[in-house]
Each structure stands twice: as C-alpha cells, then as structure tokens.
Design a binder for this molecule. Sequence first.
Ligand code: FAD
Length: 407
Amino acid sequence: MKHADVVIAGGGLVGLPLGLALAQGGLKVVVADAAPVAKVLDPKFDGRVSALAYASVRMLTALGVWDELGPHAQPSRQILVTDGKPGQPVSPFSMHFDAAEVGAEALGHIAENRHTRMALHAAVERCANLELLAPAKVKSVAMETGGAVVTLANGEQIRCALAIAADGRDSPLRAEAGIGVIGWSYPQTGIVATVEHEKPHNGVAYEHFLPSGPFAILPMTGNRSSLVWTEAKTKAPSLLALDEARFNEELARRFGGHLGKTKAAGPRWSYPLSFHLARDFVRPRLALAGDSAHGIHPIAGQGLNLGLKDAAALAEVLLDAARLGQDIGSLDTLKRYERWRRFDSFTLAASTDALNRLFSNDIVPLRHLRDLGLGLVDAIGPARRFFMRHAGGDIGKLPKLMKGEAA
Ligand SMILES: Cc1cc2nc3c(=O)[nH]c(=O)nc-3n(C[C@H](O)[C@H](O)[C@H](O)COP(=O)(O)OP(=O)(O)OC[C@H]3O[C@@H](n4cnc5c(N)ncnc54)[C@H](O)[C@@H]3O)c2cc1C
C-alpha cells in the first residue's frame, strides 16, 4: 500500500494550490483527480475567468505559480458598480473603486481558469513531494486508528494521516462522511462568454445590476472582456440558443456603448447557481476545502478567493502542527482550521446572498434604497476603502501565504 502524509481528493483550482503549499512545506502529498489532465487543460473545458483578489495573487506568487500565470492575467485597476435596466441609461448613483486610492497598482487580476490550471500543473511538475494521480477517482475513505485509507476507483489504496476533500460542490467525500449542508438553488443561471470590443477597457471591471441579476464585465488581456451574465433560469435557455446576431443584440442592450461595438467570441457557457455551506468543515482525519465546504453566488467574484484562503489557512495549521510533532489528522488540529475559516466563509456567503437578493429585482422602493446605498458608499472615503480591501481579500486574519510569505 502507498503511504503519504496527506491525500487530497480533487486537483481543481483549490486542491492543487493546497497540495503545493503542503508539499513545499515538507509533507508528502498525493492529489487524486477524477478528470484526465488533458481534459482540464483543454480550452473547451471551462469558459470561466476568475477575478483573483490581490491576496490570492500574493499566495500564487509565494507558491511559484504567478511567474507563469502573471503574463496571461489582466490587472483590474478600477471597478465601477452601477444599477439599471436593459436598454435604459444607468441610475445616476454608482460606486467607483480605484486601486490608486489605496496606493495599489491593481485591485486584483483577471485570469482565465485554463491559464491558472496550466500554471498550477507546471508548478506541480516541479514539486518533488507532490504526486498527482489523474484520472484517479477517489471512491472512499476509511478512518482507522492513527490514520485513514483512501481507496481509488481502480482499487489502489493510499494510507495517510489526513484526507482532504477539495472535490467541488457535490463533494462525494463530504457526503460519505455524512456532513450535511445548508443550501438552496438560485432561480438564476450564470451565462459566461468572452466578448471582443472596439475600445480598450483600461483595466476597468464593471458590475451592472439588472433586474434579473448582476451583469459583470471583467477585463481580459487585449480588447476582450469576460461576461458573467446572471439571468433568470427560465429565460437563460432561450438566450443561449439565440443565433450570433440576436445574441450580440441582447448583449449590446445590457453592455451599453462605453466599449464601442461588442461581439461575443467563442462558445457560450452556462452554470447553475446555488448556495451551500457545510455544517462542519472537519471530522477526525478529514477536512473540507473550497467548494466542498461552501458554494456562493458569483456576484462578488469571491468563490475561488474564499477557497484559496481555506487552502492557505489549512496548510498553515497543518505545517505548524507537523513542525511541533503533533498529529495532523487529529480533531484538535483540524478544529483550529475550522475555527479560523468557518465564520469568515459564513459571513461572505451570507453577504453575497443578501446582495444578490437586494439587487436582482425591480421593486421600486428597493431600487431607491440600493441606489442610495451605492451613492453613500461612493461618497464616504473610509467605506469605499473598506469595500476595496474586501474586494482585494485583505480582510480578517490573513494566512501567511496570503501575505506573500511561506506557510
Ligand atoms: C459563473 C461563475 C463565475 C465565477 N467567477 C469567480 C470569480 O470571478 N472569482 C472567484 O474567486 N470565484 C469565481 N467563481 C467560483 C469558482 O469558480 C469556484 O469557487 C472554484 O472553481 C472552486 O474550486 P474547487 O477546486 O473547490 O472546486 P472544483 O473547481 O469544482 O474542483 C473540484 C475537483 O474535484 C474533482 N473531483 C470531484 N470528485 C472527485 C473524486 N471523487 N475523486 C477525485 N477527484 C474528484 C473534479 O474533477 C475537480 O477537478 C465563479 C463560479 C461560477 C459558477
């Protein structure tokens, strides 16, 4: 039987950085992912881009991933938040964040998920203590005295001190451990597409609130932006099925003319949107990280940032315990991680849910209230700077990796 200190089920955007952090800290790590590497690196696999907060960028730099990813990422220098209706001028109240106001070069970076995956896989290849098994589906985890045995679908077994579930929203390991979730589906679908435009975006990200949900325009390299268009679940299939010309017309009605002529390029993608929070993040010999622990609305582009914070905090707790000769899989050790991360995850999950409810409607008194809120935050410097620090992930107790230090 193979042996490792830690086995991570799921080599996605959270599992791989976590594996790198643990292995670079001296632990022997195996990451098993159900999908073949060639499939997840294929441009057709995932049309999403992620807004990486600057704390996440510092973490990826500390892990040696950013050198490869940085040249493909677009700095986001400003964020403009507006409210309106399709085809109508935006409300006069808006919120404007500018990196220059907090003395930063950027509020974060926008990176295509496939580029992030490529940079992570390159770093994994350079990492001696980390073995990536893919395709390798984790079938079950059996808890034993002093350790756990992870069984893969091909029958291979790995004995370890700790198993980590970074296996996404539907987390099979979370279900196997009997950890329940609080959660619901949103009556919304996330439509994702790359849009080419005539004029340069100058690094400005737009969050335009429409009655069916937020319409986010994230600047990409070149004269391109990525669209995360939240639409009513009932309406999304017909929009997705439109021919190119009609889809571009619908796009232009919501985009406005500030970037000149716009045209969707490449495929359209759609993602069901839901909320969930695991009732527990740990069990003896098991920890949850990333979407396995929580799934939030993409309204604030924070799901992955939250998962990276889990990875950084969990790596720090485990490496500290290992250096002190403590058992990394004991409930005592793992509870330190849960105390650190659960409240922060709950707060962010609840606030993104509330924001989505407040903005995704056309109820007149609520429109006035939220427009007033946007105008107020915009007018009050400290409030504006607080939200900017939030968007940058620079809030709460930051793990060392998110300060740019080794874990
Ligand atoms: C439309 C949309 C836009 C978004 N935009 C942003 C954004 O701008 N910024 C941001 O921070 N976040 C964003 N997010 C959220 C972000 O995409 C997720 O939070 C993030 O991808 C979660 O990563 P993960 O590694 O936890 O899970 P996943 O990416 O789901 O990875 C799970 C991995 O586990 C593997 N797996 C599953 N079961 C098994 C098994 N039994 N054995 C082995 N492997 C297994 C899968 O193959 C997969 O590779 C967005 C989400 C959506 C839907």
